[in-house]
Design a protein around this ligand. Sequence first.
Ligand SMILES: *Cc1c(COP(=O)(O)O)cnc(C)c1O
Length: 356
Amino acid sequence: MLNIKIEKTTQPKQKPINPDDLGFGQLFSDHMFEMTYTEGQGWHDPEIKPYQPIVLDPSAMVFHYGQEMFEGLKAYKTKDGRVLLFRPEKNIERTNITNERLCIPMVDEEDILQAIKAIVSIDKDWIPEAEGTSLYIRPFIIATDPFLGVRPSNTYKFLIIVGPVGAYYKEGINPVKIWVENEYVRAVKGGTGYAKTGGNYAASLKAQVKAKENGYTQVLWLDGIERKYIEEVGTMNVFFKINGQVITPSLEGSILPGITRNSVIELLKSWNIPITERKISIDEVYEAAQAGTLEEVFGTGTAAVISPVGELNWNGKIFKVNGGEIGALSQRVYDYITGIQTGKLEDVFNWVVEVK
Ligand SMILES: *Cc1c(COP(=O)(O)O)cnc(C)c1O
């Protein structure tokens, strides 16, 4: 149990009024959670205090060598006013998987769940209620030793910031156009692809910009060795429905193990829809598109939950998926998962955790 010191703000901010103005990642609540790690002492001094800048030495290691990790999850308000988290224990478990890879000290899983619940509870009036909106929760850890040598830091800060986010889809679900990236890669086996760390994103920006310049929304990443096997789309895991079978790339070290991905797999199994985790090549997808058996493609992640893909461009070969429309399975999975998240459907999988 953490003994969290609480300092409430004396100057609460104006909360957004129009849910259409929320966007993503632009607004932050009144408070933040912070805790410090010192070698020999462990994690200490947990506190919730007014949302404010953090002061760090310019030589703090995170600025130079990127030793940091982050997570992302959401809290939803139900029609009857309850506050629900979606599988938070999975995010916490993944925190320690990322930490282990980046030589960041482990966190206590129960303590972090307590911290998440505490910050959400104190700022629960910030959870928007309009359809599709939620409170985004961003836990992260940064290395803080003031030192320019290369080694793991001996001190860290763990912070949680939260803020209201708008509906990802305002006018129904719009399939996205995807650029299959042939030059740049996101990760290789042995690297940090399975860890949720900022460096992976820094390395991905170049391809993202290139995709945008070509009129595409997101990048589909191929494996780093042969540029042949499919890995992820942008910041999401990816699923293909070919001839009635659903396939998603297997986790072999370079792919981020998404919680939405895991939930979709469990859901499809419970519906008796064939789902396989295996290597899938871009050639296989292209051939299926040519043969007319590529039925659906969708990305999965916390932000959008399900993001249908309407078009792929692979080296100038353009293939449309399901006529650029959302597929029936994508819609069914989306409705079901968001139904559980928002308390509209019975939580048969025991996925939601209530914040009191
Ligand atoms: C966070 C993330 C995902 C999705 O994970 P969820 O747990 O489903 O939100 C997928 N790919 C990358 C690269 C990510 O950072």
